[in-house]
Design a protein around this ligand. Structure first.
Ligand code: GLU
Ligand code: ZN
Length: 323
């Protein structure tokens, strides 16, 4: 771990010249420090780790800590130690979003200069009168707010179709104007919003391949739109299915998924590989985690999950996770 120094803005370039020795694949895992790592996030971490290692790429770790009201004390440390315990070693220094506030603002100014932003003072209550929840009706775009009250910043979307090819889920085409509306890039409380920060972060870190949960699949067109607006290269995307509980709910800190502990790590990795459709041989069950991961990198076949959006962990032996 910490094998490489802080990678800076574009790890593939030194003084503007491409370095042929640095890998072309740069992946990342970007948990939010809202609680300990749970099974669903370990599953995502494992998939993105395996995809990076199987492609001889780098695997970066970023702590998505911009949304300060949701951060929990000690969560980042706990996530890092869980990843280490499970042998998921990352490259370079851990990146923290909160250390890059000036850079987000700098990139936001580029959007402002293109006249792509406008202030929005609409309250949740105002918006609840509109039938299409989640699609902003453009009120402040047509009638700019007159009062100087705290406002969010929205980006103007257009009727252009945004399409991308997911490595597992196939092609998604979306009309942002009718399916998402003008979306928020900076919140009323001054916090940079997820679709904007993630795009700036991945650019800043030179990320070329994104592997993450299917819950973010429909968020992707907005992110590609911002990449176009900011002239950033587009990474590849692979959205893996999310693990759901017996009620069909995504496992998350909000649904109180049990945190993963180091107990019986071999069993956990074995079962996660099984859930990832990798058909691990029985003999792998009792091998040390380092050997399990080595096998999994060599045999990584993400296409085993093609088109799958949800997985129930109860299809398989229940995982021996203790709290
Ligand atoms: N930080 C985001 C989350 O915890 C993930 C960001 C991403 O993978 O795009 O859900
Ligand atoms: Zn508004």
């Amino acid at each position: 771990m910490h094998r490489l120094q802080n990678l800076g803005r574009n790890p593939r370039k030194t003084n503007g010249i491409s370095n042929p020795h640095t890998p072309l694949y740069i992946g990342r895992f970007a948990p939010s420090p809202t609680g300990p790592l749970h099974l669903g996030s370990l599953f995502t971490a494992l998939a993105s780790y395996l995809d990076a290692r199987a492609n001889r790429g780098q695997w970066l770790l970023r702590i998505d800590d911009l949304d300060t009201p949701r951060n929990r004390k000690g969560a980042a440390d706990s996530i890092l130690s869980t990843l280490e315990n499970f042998g998921l070693h990352w490259d370079g220094a851990v990146d923290f979003q909160n250390r890059h506030l000036e850079f987000y603002q700098h990139e936001l100014e580029k959007l402002r200069q293109k006249d792509a932003l406008y202030a929005c003072t609409c309250s949740r209550k105002t918006l609840s009168d509109y039938p299409q929840t989640g699609i902003y009706p453009g009120l402040c775009r047509t009638t700019p707010p007159s009062e100087q009250i705290p406002s969010a910043l929205r980006v103007k979307t257009g009727h252009t179709l945004i399409a991308f090819d997911d490595r597992l889920q196939g092609k998604l085409t979306r009309n942002l104007a009718t399916q998402d509306g003008d979306f928020i890039v900076k919140r009323k409380d001054g916090i940079f919003a997820y679709p904007f920060s993630v795009v700036v972060d991945d650019y800043r870190q030179g990320v070329t391949a994104i592997v993450r949960g299917f819950d973010l699949f429909y968020e992707t067109p907005k992110q590609i739109f911002l990449q176009h607006q900011l002239n950033y290269p587009q990474p590849s995307y692979l959205h893996i299915p999310v693990i759901v509980d017996t009620h069909g709910q995504k496992l998350s800190k909000q649904t109180f998924a049990k945190p993963v502990t180091a107990e019986n790590k071999r069993m956990v990795i074995f079962e996660l590989l099984h859930l990832l459709g990798q058909k691990p041989p029985e003999a792998l069950k009792t091998l040390p985690v380092s050997q399990q991961l080595e096998w999994a990198c060599t045999n990584w076949t993400p296409s085993a999950l093609t088109g799958q959006q949800q997985l129930s962990q109860y299809h398989h032996q229940e995982l021996p996770i203790t709290t």
